[in-house]
Design a protein around this ligand. Structure first.
Ligand code: AMP
Length: 174
């Protein structure tokens, strides 16, 4: 299956959730067994030789593929969540969004300095969310971090947030 086929399975919803946003709906991609399998294969092939020990997914759409990829890679899965959701001790990162500030949290004992992390989310827009997640994971002193998105909105240039020595990749580009 080609990347074009995967791309055409993403549904564009104009003006959702607010006017001016072209929302990329991945439910149409995931509901197809063959598309889902192909996505999982692509991610497995891309990361199988990187020694990934933990996949870290960002709430909430990073929870769709994150555990599936972790299973294929033989890695564990760790959630990054919004405040008040994780039950144990957390560390957090505050970041600025278009309107106001947001906070994300991770359990303080979720990762160790031996971990090689694949940080995953569904979509790269401005990059603010993933940049905060990257800083959060860095605080736990892991060995190495890879970053992956299913979709990248190229014109927003979100890649500028990440250091040059970090391997960042996306599967579908708009
Ligand atoms: P950003 O921090 O600007 O890179 O935004 C990324 C987060 O917002 C991801 O978790 C996405 O799920 C969501 N997001 C932002 N823009 C869109 C969009 N056009 N379509 C779907 N999800 C989006």
């Amino acid at each position: 299956m080609s990347i074009e086929t995967l791309t055409s399975a993403v549904r564009n919803i104009p003006d959702f959730p607010i006017p001016g946003i072209q929302f990329k709906d991945i439910t149409t991609l995931f509901q197809s067994a063959s598309h889902l399998k192909e996505l999982s294969e692509i991610l497995y092939e891309r990361y199988k030789n990187k020694g990934i020990t933990k996949v870290v997914g960002i709430e909430s759409r990073g929870f769709f593929m994150g555990p599936a990829v972790a299973t294929r890679l033989g890695a564990g899965f760790v959630p990054i969540r919004k405040p008040g959701k994780l039950p144990y001790k957390v560390i957090e990162e505050t970041y600025t969004k278009e309107y106001g500030e947001d906070i994300i949290q991770i359990h303080e004992d979720a990762l160790t300095k031996e971990d090689v992390v694949l940080l995953h989310d569904d979509l790269l827009a401005t990059g603010g969310t993933m940049a905060a997640a990257y800083n959060l994971v860095k605080k736990l002193g892991v060995k190495k971090i890879y970053i992956n998105f299913l979709i990248e909105l190229e014109e927003l240039n979100g890649m500028k947030h990440f250091p040059k020595d970090v391997e960042v990749s996306s599967v579908i580009k708009f």
